[in-house]
Design a protein around this ligand. Structure first.
Ligand SMILES: Cc1ncc(COP(=O)(O)O)c(C=O)c1O
Length: 420
């Protein structure tokens, strides 16, 4: 098997290096040679890709693009980032020409500096920008780097459900074994303390994805698990400028943590991405510098954004209730979950594969018949647990007023259809 793999790679490299300089004839014999290799090889893709080729986002985003659909599925704002952030990006593009060039591998220095000082205060740590901060390609990049750096063949990775769906394939690609624990309520401080004590009792590293930390509603407070006693030394805290400044396309993320953990992430980073786009990092640095000056004041984006988005959330809750959907009121994030049990009992036989969870069939039905897209919640659960959580769908309310009005129109029509 190992020999097959080596031969396959050698053939591929030969094709790449020599192919362009060869005539048609030798190209054909090369193709034959490669074909022979393919036949000899049991499978072309690396074993770590087995079983992870299907991605629900690709499927549902494609469905939404095929019809006149209001997309409330994917988690991104469809309104502009704040002016100060846009101006910071414009400045980064049109100012110092050196911002067109590579910067430091582990982060643009003004960005690592402000992240260390800003989050150092929040996490109660004296953070060194060179040792405790790593800038990555979005929070996705941070997660991937963390899994690659810390998960070994056969390691158990405990994933709390519902989970951001990439945690499972990232664990598998690193050779780990996912173990799923379903969450019944939203995390409270007491529950976080319990998780923290279990981590310490069993010597477990905690990877905490806090990309929605500023989007907290109803006066609730975000609690970073790294601030709990004994947790800083074993926690990687992940953040995203995309979610922080409503600019998901910038793809700037970061990991904060102790040097003992971060040094291993730097090894992965320097052998994969090496460094992230300089101008986007400069814009994020300047945006954080601005926020640091306004911190906690009414002028702060981190204060204004949740207030505005709470209104979007409340708007959506009222609208969804009008057609018999039963939203669960969230205290944070971009999303709300709606119970569709009543639909499940009234229309149990929606089209779809026999083993397809009900929520997926319902979302496909809703896209086609009601022009609204949501995301089936079962995709955030492991396969054995999906059937238990197939009567919820997720809507994104991080949307412009015009999108919410378009949703209202679709729901109004739905309501009219319900009249006898
Ligand atoms: C929970 C969570 N973590 C991470 C990410 C990825 O963030 P980024 O766009 O910065 O890569 C997302 C994006 O939707 C998310 O919802």
């Amino acid at each position: 098997m190992a020999l097959g793999g080596m031969f396959r790679n050698a053939a591929a490299i030969y094709l790449h290096l020599v192919g362009p300089f060869r005539g048609k004839k030798s190209g054909a014999s090369l193709a034959r040679c490669l074909h022979q290799t393919l036949v000899m090889t049991k499978q072309l893709q690396a074993r770590r890709l087995n079983g992870i080729d299907h991605n629900p986002w690709v499927e549902f985003v494609k469905l939404a693009s095929e019809a006149d659909v209001v997309n409330l599925g994917q988690g991104f704002p469809d309104f502009a980032p704040p002016d100060f952030a846009v101006e910071a990006f414009q400045h980064a593009v049109s100012g110092d020409f050196m911002l067109n060039q590579y910067t430091k591998a582990f982060g643009y220095p003004p960005l690592t500096k402000i992240l260390a000082s800003f989050f150092g205060k929040l996490l109660g740590q004296d953070m060194d920008p060179l040792k405790n901060v790593l800038v990555t390609v979005g929070a996705y990049g941070a997660l991937f780097t963390a899994f690659q750096a810390l998960v070994d063949e056969g390691d158990e990775v405990i994933i709390i459900e519902p989970f951001f769906d990439c945690y499972e394939p990232m664990t598998l690609m690193a050779g780990g074994r996912p173990v799923f624990v379903s969450l019944k309520l939203v995390f409270s401080r007491a529950e976080l303390e319990l998780v923290a004590s279990l981590c310490q009792q069993h010597d477990v590293v905690c990877i905490t994805d806090e990309v929605y930390q500023w989007l907290v509603y109803d006066g609730c407070q975000h609690v970073s698990i790294a601030t709990l006693p004994g947790m800083w030394e074993r926690t990687l805290t992940i953040g995203s400028a995309g979610k922080t400044f409503s600019a998901t396309g910038w793809k700037v993320g970061w990991v904060l943590g102790p040097e003992s953990l971060l040094k291993h992430l730097r090894t992965v980073h320097q052998n994969s991405i090496f460094h992230c786009p300089t101008q986007a990092q400069a814009a994020v640095a300047q945006s954080f510098e601005r926020e640091q000056l306004h911190f906690g004041q009414p002028s702060s984006y981190f204060v204004q954004l949740p207030q505005a988005i709470q209104r979007c959330r409340d708007h959506m809750i009222q609208s969804l209730k009008s057609v018999g959907l039963r939203p669960v009121i969230p205290q944070g994030s971009y999303f709300l979950i709606t119970d569709i049990s009543e639909f499940k009992s009234k229309m149990p036989n929606l089209p779809g594969a026999a083993d397809e969870p009900y929520d997926r069939r319902f979302v496909k039905w809703m896209i086609k018949n009601k022009g609204l897209m949501a995301i089936p919640v079962s995709i955030f659960y492991s396969v054995p647990h999906q059937k238990l959580f197939d009567h919820y769908i997720r809507f994104c309310f991080m949307k412009d007023e015009s999108t919410l009005q378009a949703m209202d129109k679709k729901l109004q029509k739905w309501k009219d259809d319900l009249r006898p």
